[in-house]
Write a protein that binds this ligand. Structure first.
Ligand code: ARG
Length: 298
């Protein structure tokens, strides 16, 4: 298993917005200037890579494939913890074709020693990767979104596979179709989230586990900017061009923001987190903090 913070991205060579499977996707806007949009997407991807690199990540770039534009969102490809990868099962036919090329990408990551094992979920449930199954290092468990894309049962399958608690959260709106669009745990224990995205019982779960002082409530404007969909490493945060509200909140809590214009990808319903997948998540990292917190609470 690798220990250096390592993050997977997929080159946008074959990226476009040609269908619509979430309410943010706008194929018509793309079709008005496909060449210009594509050029802009390539630039935006380069800027994202630079921001990730500057934040301390080793960046692994995998190739996309023709006819599979949403491969640029590898957050949906797998869930990875402690060197173990569980490959996704996509709900929509438009994305199901990604399963084979992503399996090949993971096989080659395994051959290079970046991943120890690769498995698939049992049939009969959908699970869209780290977009719907987010590791919370300060609490030592996963949070799993279900409803629009991933199935409720996928949360239990993940828990069995990784031997870790998985807290399932029901997503209540089409706009928050993946958990990562509306939910982002941060290294200091804070949680950035958009409350209207969740069912009443999901909100109760969140409130029971995250004290009010650590909850950062995103506004609708923050959501529209895809800023909840952020990549965080220690005090470094990479996100889309954001709002004055979040700039202030993050600065106040000691985080350093790197904002990237990801508008060509927002047209598909994605931001910075969607475009990445951490390969080095280690369940023991954050343990010292967790134990210290438990000691304080006792
Ligand atoms: N167009 C893609 C879809 O609808 C966007 C995926 C964004 N990824 C994410 N993890 N939220 O599936």
């Amino acid at each position: 298993m690798i220990t250096r913070p390592t993050i997977l991205v997929v080159a946008p060579t074959h990226y476009d917005v040609s269908y619509s499977i979430n309410p943010w996707m706008d194929p018509q806007a793309w079709a008005r200037d496909p060449r210009g949009m594509h050029r802009h997407a390539m630039q935006a991807f380069d800027a994202l890579r630079e921001a990730l690199d500057a934040s301390g990540f080793a960046v692994e770039v995998a190739p996309g494939a023709p006819g599979l534009p949403d491969m640029v969102f590898p957050a949906n490809a797998a869930v990875v913890l402690d060197g173990k990868a569980v490959l996704a099962r996509f709900r929509y036919p438009q994305r199901q074709g990604e399963e084979t090329p992503f399996a090949a990408i993971f096989a080659s990551l395994q051959a290079r020693g970046l991943i120890d094992s690769v498995t698939t979920l049992p049939e009969g449930c959908y699970q869209e990767g780290a977009g719907d199954c987010i590791w919370d290092a300060s609490r030592g468990h996963f949070w799993a979104g279900f409803g629009p894309r991933s199935s409720r049962e996928a949360a239990d399958a993940m828990s069995r596979h990784f031997g870790r608690e998985v807290v399932a959260l029901e997503l209540a709106t089409a706009h928050s179709y993946h958990l990562d669009v509306c939910f982002c745990p941060l290294a200091g224990g804070e949680l950035l989230y958009y409350p209207p995205a969740f069912s009443a019982s999901a909100l109760r779960e969140i409130h029971a586990r995250v004290p009010a002082s650590l909850r950062i409530e995103a506004t609708e404007d923050d959501l529209r900017h895809f800023s909840v969909n952020a990549v965080n490493l220690d005090d470094q945060v990479v996100m889309t061009r954001t709002t004055p509200h979040l700039r202030t909140e993050f600065a106040r809590r000691g985080y350093r923001l790197r904002e990237v214009d990801l508008s060509p990808f927002m047209l598909s319903g994605g931001g910075a987190y969607c475009m990445t997948l951490r390969l080095d998540r280690d369940s023991a990292a954050g343990l010292a903090t967790r134990n210290a917190a438990a000691g304080r609470a006792a």
